[in-house]
Design a protein around this ligand. Structure first.
Ligand SMILES: NC(=O)c1ccc[n+]([C@@H]2O[C@H](COP(=O)([O-])OP(=O)(O)OC[C@H]3O[C@@H](n4cnc5c(N)ncnc54)[C@H](O)[C@@H]3O)[C@@H](O)[C@H]2O)c1
Length: 310
């Protein structure tokens, strides 16, 4: 079996596959053009989020039997088309769940105590103690939209810190733990913190739009560690300006291109000059532990496939 590794993976992933007898080409910087040109030589392919696998690549992949995506979202792969060609598409759904849940939890505390704003102010040589009065998360209601791997983990952690946890999901989980399932309207209307953990599909695109913001409590905090586009960023901008939303923490964006002034949400400041939006460049899954689990799982999936078809 010959496998092309297209993105950066943990060294252990390559080592494990090679030890199992798989021939591995590690090309973490491969371009889209090179991929179309070279993919016919491979039986398996490993990608993270950087490499896109559209129809054009699949059409050129004469021998490809399996694509393994290290991570959760499969939006960089034309899954239906790959499957229609008999190519199996796998991911590592649980490997990074705890990393993302911890980031969302960190963001709730950061929003409540305005830690990034305080840090920026200290770095500027200021001592704005009076302007930096925060709030507690204990006793507040956390509303989760999406109660799968990440949402349910976050729910348990938040409940342990004294939060009341409600969630909206299209499915009813067997064991919701300390969380309560409610309608979408209730989640929107009752939450002090609203955290998104749904995939980006047509039904969830712009799920938080102007109409949804209008139903929320004044002073709600929004956390999006799911996917850009689940929140309508223009509507969020307006909701921050009007004061409906007190603050937002974002790890993902509608447009993740690096360019000055993008996303414009980060330009919003309050009366004390503190930023209204805090965020990170899509690092939810990016922890030492999470990446090690992803690397291990990718190798295991590929090795299982190799042994099954040997
Ligand atoms: N920030 C990051 O780096 C990062 C890393 C991993 C995952 N993610 C994102 O987090 C999302 C959630 O991950 P997960 O592992 O918890 O996924 P999951 O599949 O375990 O959970 C998603 C939940 O959303 C629910 N859902 C789907 N459509 C819905 C709808 N229309 N309304 C309400 N609920 C709906 C599903 O029923 C499911 O319970 C992923 O889809 C991915 O986009 C982000």
């Amino acid at each position: 079996m010959k496998v092309l590794v297209c993105d950066q993976v943990a060294p252990v992933t390559i080592q494990m596959m090679e030890e199992a007898g798989i021939e591995v080409d590690n090309r973490p910087d491969i371009t889209a053009e090179e991929l179309v040109r070279d993919i016919a030589a491979y039986d398996g392919m490993v990608v993270r989020s950087r490499t896109k696998v559209p129809r054009e690549v699949i059409d050129a992949a004469d021998n490809l039997k399996i694509i393994v995506r290290g991570g959760v979202g499969l939006d960089n792969i034309d899954v239906a088309y790959a499957q229609s060609k008999g190519i199996s598409v796998r991911n590592t759904p649980k490997a990074s769940s705890n990393s993302v849940a911890e980031l969302a939890l960190g963001y709730m505390l950061a929003l409540a105590r305005r830690i990034p704003q305080a840090c920026a102010s200290m770095t500027a040589g200021e001592w704005k103690k009076k302007q930096l009065k925060g709030t507690e998360i204990a006793g507040k209601t956390l509303g989760l939209i999406g109660f799968g791997n990440i949402g349910s983990l976050l729910g348990r952690k938040a409940a342990a810190l004294g939060m009341d946890v409600i969630f909206y999901d299209v499915i009813t989980p067997e064991d919701p733990g300390p969380a309560r399932q409610v309608s979408l309207e209730q989640v929107l209307q009752e939450s002090d913190y609203l955290s998104l953990h749904v995939p980006k599909v047509p039904a969830t695109t712009h799920m938080l739009n102007a109409e949804a913001f209008a139903q929320m409590k004044d002073g709600v905090f929004i956390i999006n560690c799911a996917r850009g586009g689940v929140v309508d960023e223009d509507a969020l901008y307006d909701a921050l300006l009007s004061g409906k939303v007190a603050g937002a923490a974002l790890d993902v964006y509608e447009d993740e291109k690096v360019q000055p002034g993008n996303p414009r949400l980060f330009s919003l400041q309050d009366k004390d000059g503190f930023c209204r939006v805090i965020g990170s460049p899509h690092v939810g899954a990016s922890t030492v532990e999470g990446q090690a689990r992803v690397g291990l799982e990718v190798a295991e999936i590929m090795i299982d496939d190799y042994r099954e078809n040997a």
